[in-house]
Ligand binder design. Structure first.
Ligand code: ZN
Length: 268
């Protein structure tokens, strides 16, 4: 009888041992959620000694940001490398990578950012609206000679930001549909043509002025020969993003230390 009871106890213990792990397994698996693969595209406008406005990042802050990128083991990759990875569904997005861009062709991109580009040997893409370049009524902008010099460094790629940076929302309200279509196509085509002729480059990327775009604008931009376009949505690019509306994060003077580092990591 005792032997029988002992056997029964052993059987119950074995059952309990069996039940307990299985009841644990019934809980939701505590698997670490992998963040989606992403690459941030950072966007600068103006540099300089003073924080003149919201679009200015002071030059020492930009340099500290470039140092932080290096210290944290990030690689600054050319925008074209990110596009190539996005175009190949089998390729992983580049790890610990970041892309740098600067819009509008402000003269401080030449005087302040270009020396840093050379010092740190980093690739940068500039989005330019050609109407301002070497234009006496736009003294804030760079000259064609400065753009050519930056291009010749081999570190700077130059792409389109339309011809004169219109606000497409305002123009759509202001113009009749046919006139709006012609206006938009001129902005898209003329920018590409002038940049290609003046600098001897191929232009097939577009930064939407003020980040404004819609399906119609995307269609016209594609018809004009653009294969990728960029917004200002302040998050990192993932494979879920459309090639004609890839987000970029505007960098501000307040983006220092951990706040800047957060711009480099996962999508918001
Ligand atoms: Zn702009």
């Amino acid at each position: 009888m005792l032997r029988f009871f002992g056997g029964w106890l052993a059987a119950m213990t074995a059952m309990l041992l069996f039940i307990c792990p299985s009841s644990q397994a019934a809980e939701p698996p505590q698997k670490a959620v992998e963040p989606p693969q992403s690459v941030s595209i950072l966007l600068y406008h103006r540099l300089g000694p003073d924080h003149a406005d919201d679009m200015t990042v002071t030059t020492p802050v930009v340099e500290s940001q470039l140092k932080l990128i290096q210290e944290r083991g990030y690689h600054v990759i050319p925008l074209k490398s990110l596009l190539a990875a996005l175009a190949d569904p089998a390729a992983p997005l580049p790890e610990r990578s970041v892309v740098l861009t600067a819009d509008d062709g402000h003269k401080t991109v030449y005087t302040d950012l270009f020396p840093l580009i050379k010092k740190y040997q980093i690739p940068v893409t500039l989005f330019i609206y050609p109407s301002a370049i070497s234009n006496p009524s736009a003294p804030y902008a760079m000259t064609w000679e400065q753009l050519a010099e930056m291009k010749a460094s081999g570190l700077v790629d130059i792409q389109s930001h339309t011809f004169w940076h219109p606000n497409f929302k305002i123009e759509k309200k202001r113009l009749a549909p046919a006139a709006y279509e012609k206006f938009t196509q001129d902005q898209l085509v003329k920018s590409k043509t002038v940049l290609e002729q003046k600098l001897g480059i191929k232009v097939d990327q577009l930064a939407w002025p003020f980040g404004i775009y819609d399906d119609q604008l995307i269609q016209w931009a594609q018809a004009a020969g653009y294969v990728a376009a960029y917004t200002i949505d302040r998050r990192a690019v993932t494979r879920a993003d459309k090639m004609m509306a890839l987000p970029r994060s505007i960098v501000t003077d307040a983006d220092r230390g951990a706040r800047f580092e957060a711009l480099l990591t996962a999508p918001k």
